[in-house]
Design a protein around this ligand. Structure first.
Ligand SMILES: *[C@@H]1O[C@H](CO)[C@@H](O)[C@H](O)[C@H]1NC(C)=O
Ligand SMILES: *[C@@H]1O[C@H](CO)[C@@H](O)[C@H](O)[C@H]1NC(C)=O
Ligand SMILES: *[C@@H]1O[C@H](CO)[C@@H](O)[C@H](O)[C@H]1NC(C)=O
Ligand SMILES: *[C@@H]1O[C@H](CO)[C@@H](O)[C@H](O)[C@H]1NC(C)=O
Ligand SMILES: *[C@@H]1O[C@H](CO)[C@@H](O)[C@H](O)[C@H]1NC(C)=O
Ligand SMILES: *[C@@H]1O[C@H](CO)[C@@H](O)[C@H](O)[C@H]1NC(C)=O
Ligand SMILES: *[C@@H]1O[C@H](CO)[C@@H](O)[C@H](O)[C@H]1NC(C)=O
Ligand SMILES: *[C@@H]1O[C@H](CO)[C@@H](O)[C@H](O)[C@H]1NC(C)=O
Ligand SMILES: *[C@@H]1O[C@H](CO)[C@@H](O)[C@H](O)[C@H]1NC(C)=O
Length: 712
C-alpha cells in the first residue's frame, strides 16, 4: 500500500486541527446560484445602509425588487383637516402606575392623528433599474423572462459581486452588479454584442410610496399612482463624472438619483410617468458601465463603476478575513453540518448587506417593508448583538450610537411625558427621530430597556479601556435610573415589583394584570449587575436607588416547581393556548441570559423542559429557535441545541433569506441575527462554559472557530 494517500489524509487532518481556516473556499462553497428569478426574494448587493435587490438579470428587469436605504424615509401629507400642530400636540391616554399618572402614546382622542403617527415616516423604495430590449427599429420590445435562454446567475460572496448572464435573440448578455461600500451607489457593467447594435438599454423608474400598508412585501411602492409624485431630469456636460440626475419628489421629501460611468443618452419615456430610458453611446462597443448613486442630497460626483467594483472587493474580502469565522463543515461527519454552515455563511453576507446601517434595522432589513419600514428597539438585540460576538465592531458601532442620540428624547419621555423621577425610557417601535409609534404594545413593552447595558458590556469586554466606560456612561446611568424608578416598592410584600401595567416579551398577557414577569425580573437583575459594575469601574458610587431595588427586587414567580410567565398567572397557563402560542421567553432565563442572581438553574432547566413539551412550537418563528437552542446548549443538551437551529419551521431559502414562517413575511432577519449569536455562543462558549465548542455535540462535529468572543 502506498504511503502517499495516507500522508495526504494525515496532512488533511493536521490542517483541520491546526491550520487556519480556509475561509475563502468555505464562503465560495455557498455562493447562491439561480437560473430563474424568485418571485419572493431577491439576490442582493449592498453595504448595510443601502441595498439593491435583483432578479435573475442582476437588475429589476422582470421583478421590481426594492432599492432601499437606512436614510430613505418620507412623511405622507397630513390627513385632511389636520395641521402640523395636531401632530406635534398629540397626547395619548394617561394610566395610573401605582399612583403615578403616566401618559402614553396610545388611546388619544384623535385616532386619525394617531394612525398618521404610526405610519409616518415610512421607508421608501428608491427606484427600479432594468434592462430594456429593443427591436431593429429601436422600438422597445415587451420581453419576459421566458424569452431568455441559458440563464445563469451567481453571487460571489467573497467580493460582493453579482454575475448574471443569459442569451436573448442568440446573443449573450453578461451583467455584473456591485454595490459601493463608501457611498450608496450601484455599479452595473454589461457585456453584450446587443449593445453595439442599439438593441439593449436600461430603464429606470420611480414608484410612489406611502404609509397605507403596514407590510409591503415582496415589493414596495406603487407604480401606477404616477400623478401623485414628480420627477425631473437634468443632464450634465461630457467629461463630468456626473452625467445625469433625477430628482424625485413625493410630498415633502425629495430623493436624488445620480448617474455616472460611460457616455449615454437619457430620455424620459413620457411626461405622464416616471420611467426613463438610457441608451449607451456604444456604437462599436460591446460593453457598457453605469454607476447610479442614491442620496437624499444633490451629489456632485458619482464613483466610477471600476472604483465601486474594486472597493467592494477589498471591503468584502476584509470582512470575511478579519471578523469571526466558524468552520463546521470541513471536519464534521454529522450530515446537518452542511446546512448549518450554509446558513451561517449566507447570514453573515445578508447581515452585512441589510443590517449594518447607521440606524437599527427593520425586521425585513432593506429587502421590503414591514411595520411601515420602522424598526423595533426590542428586536435590536436579535438583529445586532451577534456583531459583538463576531467582532465586527466597525459595523456595530454605526447603529449602537442610536442610544446616545435617542437619549434626550427618551429622557423627556420618562420624566416629562410619563412623570417618572429619573432616567430614560427607550422606545420600542420607532424611526430615526426616536419618536415612539403609538400603540399599546409599543408603549408598554419593557424588555428593550436593558439592551443598551448588554451592548455596552460587550463593548467593554472587547475594549476594556476607560474611553469605553466614559462613552457609555450617560446611557448606562439613565437606563438603570429608569429601571430603578419603574420598579415599585410594595409595602405589603416588602419587595420591588415590575408592573403593572406592562407587556411581557410574548405580548400576550393583559397589561394591567401583568406583574413580576420571570424573564423581565431576571433581565432587570442582569442589567443592574452590569450598570453597577460600570460605575465601580469608573470609580464612582453606585446610585443607592439601584442597589436598593436590585437587593429587594421581587423573586421570580414559581408555580409547581417551574417558573411562571408572571406572578399570579393561573396555574393552567401551561395548557392555555392564550399563553403558550408566542415567544417562549421562559427558556431565555438560562440560555439566552447567563445565570443571574435570583435564577435557580435547576428550576430554569425544568421550566425549559416544560416549554419544550407544552409550548405550541408550530407557532414559533424566527429568533425563538436560536433562543431555544441557547437554552438547550447552556443546559448541556447539545444534540437538542443543533436540532433547534435546524428545526423544520426555521428555514432559510436558497439565497439565505430567513423565512417569516407562520407569522410574518419573508425575510424576518431577527432569525439570522439570532442564529449567528447562538452559533457563536455554541462554538466559542459562554462565561463559565467548559472546553471547546461547548454548545455542539461531541460526536460527529468538528467545530473550529476563529475571532469570536465569549458570550455572557
Ligand atoms: C434550474 O435550477 C433548478 C433548481 O436548481 C433545477 O432543478 C433546474 O433543472 C434548472 N434548470 C435549468 C434549465 O438549468
Ligand atoms: C415627519 O414628520 C415628523 C413630524 O412633523 C417630523 O418630526 C419628521 O422629521 C418628519 N420626517 C421626515 C422624513 O420628513
Ligand atoms: C388599565 O388600568 C388603567 C388605570 O390604571 C385604566 O385606565 C385602563 O383602562 C386599564 N386598561 C385596560 C386595558 O384594562
Ligand atoms: C437564432 O439562431 C437560429 C439558428 O441560427 C435562427 O434560426 C433564429 O432565427 C435566430 N433567432 C433570432 C431571434 O435571431
Ligand atoms: C396600482 O398599483 C398597486 C400597487 O402596486 C396595485 O395594488 C394596484 O392593483 C394597481 N392598480 C392598477 C389599476 O394597476
Ligand atoms: C393620488 O392622489 C389622489 C388625489 O389627491 C388621491 O385621491 C389618491 O388616493 C392618491 N393615490 C394614492 C395611491 O395615494
Ligand atoms: C403587592 O403585592 C401583592 C402580592 O404580589 C399584590 O397582590 C398586590 O396587588 C401588590 N400591591 C399593590 C398595591 O399593587
Ligand atoms: C405539576 O407539574 C407536573 C409536571 O408537569 C404535573 O404532572 C402536575 O400535574 C402539576 N401539578 C399541578 C398541581 O399543576
Ligand atoms: C398552534 O400553532 C398553529 C400554527 O400557527 C395553529 O394553527 C394552532 O391553532 C396552534 N394551536 C393552539 C392549540 O393554539
Amino acid at each position: 500500500m502506498s504511503l502517499i494517500p495516507f500522508i495526504v489524509v494525515l496532512l488533511f487532518f493536521v490542517g483541520i486541527i491546526e491550520g487556519s481556516i480556509d475561509r475563502r473556499s468555505i464562503v465560495a462553497r455557498y455562493n447562491p446560484v439561480r437560473n430563474a428569478s424568485s418571485t419572493t426574494t431577491p439576490m442582493q448587493v449592498g453595504n448595510g445602509n443601502f441595498a439593491f435587490g435583483a432578479d435573475v438579470t442582476g437588475l429589476q428587469t422582470f421583478q421590481p425588487f426594492a432599492i432601499m436605504s437606512s436614510w430613505g424615509w418620507k412623511n405622507d401629507s397630513l390627513p385632511p383637516g389636520k395641521t402640523l400642530a395636531d401632530i406635534n400636540n398629540y397626547r395619548g391616554t394617561t394610566w395610573s402606575n401605582h399612583g403615578r399618572p403616566v401618559t402614553y402614546d396610545f388611546g388619544g382622542n384623535d385616532p386619525v392623528v394617531e394612525q398618521w403617527l404610526i405610519s409616518n415616516p415610512n421607508r421608501v423604495n428608491l427606484g427600479r433599474v432594468g434592462l430594456m430590449f429593443r427591436g431593429d427599429g429601436g422600438e422597445t420590445l415587451d420581453v419576459d423572462e421566458g424569452d431568455l435562454n441559458d440563464i445563469h446567475q451567481e453571487l460571489d460572496l467573497w467580493t460582493g459581486t453579482l454575475h448574471s448572464q443569459f442569451v436573448w435573440h442568440n446573443s449573450s448578455v453578461a451583467i455584473t452588479t456591485v454595490a459601493a461600500q463608501t457611498s450608496d451607489a450601484v455599479s452595473i457593467s454589461i457585456k453584450s454584442p446587443l449593445l453595439a447594435s442599439g438593441k439593449l438599454g436600461i430603464f429606470v423608474d420611480f414608484p410612489w410610496n406611502d404609509g397605507k400598508a403596514k407590510f409591503s412585501a415582496p415589493f414596495v411602492g406603487n407604480w401606477n399612482a404616477t400623478a401623485n409624485h414628480t420627477t425631473s431630469l437634468s443632464t450634465f456636460p461630457r467629461g463630468s463624472s456626473l452625467k445625469a440626475q433625477i430628482s424625485h419628489t413625493m410630498d415633502a421629501s425629495t430623493f436624488i438619483t445620480s448617474f455616472g460611468g460611460n457616455q449615454f443618452i437619457m430620455t424620459r419615456d413620457s411626461i405622464l410617468a416616471h420611467r426613463y430610458s438610457i441608451l449607451p453611446n456604444a456604437a462599436q462597443s460591446s460593453s457598457f458601465g453605469l454607476s447610479i448613486a442614491f442620496s437624499p442630497r444633490k451629489e456632485t460626483s458619482v464613483p466610477s463603476p471600476a472604483k465601486i467594483q474594486s472597493t467592494s472587493s477589498q471591503v468584502w474580502s476584509k470582512y470575511w478575513s478579519n471578523g469571526g469565522f466558524v468552520d463546521i463543515v470541513s471536519g464534521s461527519t454529522d450530515s446537518r453540518a452542511e446546512e448549518l454552515q450554509r446558513r451561517i455563511v449566507l447570514s453573515r453576507y445578508l447581515m452585512r448587506v441589510n443590517e449594518a446601517g447607521d440606524t437599527p434595522p427593520q425586521e425585513s432589513g432593506l429587502v421590503n417593508d414591514g411595520w411601515y419600514g420602522k424598526f423595533h428597539m426590542e428586536m435590536y438585540f436579535w438583529h445586532s448583538a451577534h456583531w459583538a460576538l463576531w467582532n465586527d465592531w466597525d459595523l456595530l458601532r454605526r447603529s449602537s450610537s442610536v442610544y446616545s442620540w435617542f437619549l434626550p428624547d427618551s429622557t423627556r419621555r420618562a420624566q416629562v411625558q410619563q412623570h417618572f423621577d429619573a432616567g430614560a425610557r427607550w422606545p420600542k417601535m420607532t424611526d430615526p427621530s426616536g419618536r415612539s409609534a403609538p400603540g399599546e404594545i409599543n408603549n408598554l413593552l419593557i424588555w428593550q430597556q436593558v439592551h443598551p447595558l448588554v451592548f455596552a458590556e460587550y463593548e467593554r469586554r472587547a475594549f476594556p479601556a476607560v474611553q469605553t466606560l466614559v462613552k457609555w456612561e450617560d446611557v448606562v446611568r439613565e437606563t438603570a435610573d429608569w429601571m430603578a424608578d419603574f420598579a415599585w416598592f410594595n409595602e405589603s410584600t416588602g419587595v420591588y415589583d415590575l408592573g403593572p401595567p406592562m407587556f411581557v416579551v410574548s405580548e400576550d398577557t393583559a397589561p394591567n394584570a401583568t406583574q413580576n414577569p420571570a424573564f423581565e425580573l431576571a433581565y432587570w437583575r442582569l442589567g443592574f449587575d452590569i450598570a453597577s459594575g460600570w460605575m465601580r469601574k469608573l470609580g464612582k458610587d453606585v446610585p443607592s436607588a439601584w442597589s436598593t431595588v436590585q437587593a429587594r427586587l421581587a423573586p421570580l414567580p414559581i408555580d409547581n416547581e417551574t417558573y411562571a410567565v408572571y406572578e399570579g398567572i393561573e396555574s393552567s397557563f401551561w395548557t392555555d393556548p392564550a399563553f403558550t402560542n408566542d415567544h417562549p421567553s421562559l427558556v431565555g432565563l438560562h440560555g439566552w441570559l447567563p445565570k443571574t442572581s435570583g435564577v435557580e438553574v435547576a428550576i430554569a432547566k425544568a421550566t425549559a423542559d416544560k416549554v419544550f413539551t407544552h409550548w405550541n412550537i408550530s407557532n414559533c418563528w424566527g429568533w425563538d429557535f436560536p433562543m431555544l437552542a441557547m437554552s438547550a446548549a447552556r443546559n448541556g443538551e447539545t444534540e437538542m441545541a443543533v436540532d433547534w437551529l435546524l428545526h423544520p419551521l426555521f428555514q432559510f431559502d436558497d439565497v439565505g433569506m430567513p423565512i417569516g414562517g407562520v407569522r410574518v413575511p419573508t425575510p424576518y432577519f431577527p432569525g439570522s441575527g439570532s442564529l449567528l449569536y447562538a452559533v457563536a455562543m455554541m462554538a466559542r462558549g459562554w462565561d463559565g462554559s467548559d472546553g471547546a465548542a461547548p454548545g455542539f455535540p461531541k460526536g460527529g462535529w468538528n467545530v473550529r472557530a476563529e475571532g469570536l468572543s465569549i458570550a455572557l
